[in-house]
Design a protein around this ligand. Structure first.
Ligand code: ZN
Length: 53
């Protein structure tokens, strides 16, 4: 398979949301801050396996 067809630098091919570490609210699309309680959100980091073969 040809590599380089998908860019993973700026935007990943997968949909990524953000999860608040304080209240657990998942914002989609990813937000920099929790829409509920305010603090910066954490991004799930277990979605880097897509496209691997
Ligand atoms: Zn929150």
């Amino acid at each position: 398979m040809a590599e380089g067809l998908f860019t993973e630098s700026a935007e990943r091919p997968q949909l990524i949301g953000s999860a608040c570490g304080a209240c657990g609210l998942v914002d989609f699309p990813a937000a920099t801050h929790c829409l509920r309680c305010g603090p910066p959100t954490n991004r799930p980091s277990n979605s880097a396996t897509a496209g691997r073969s």
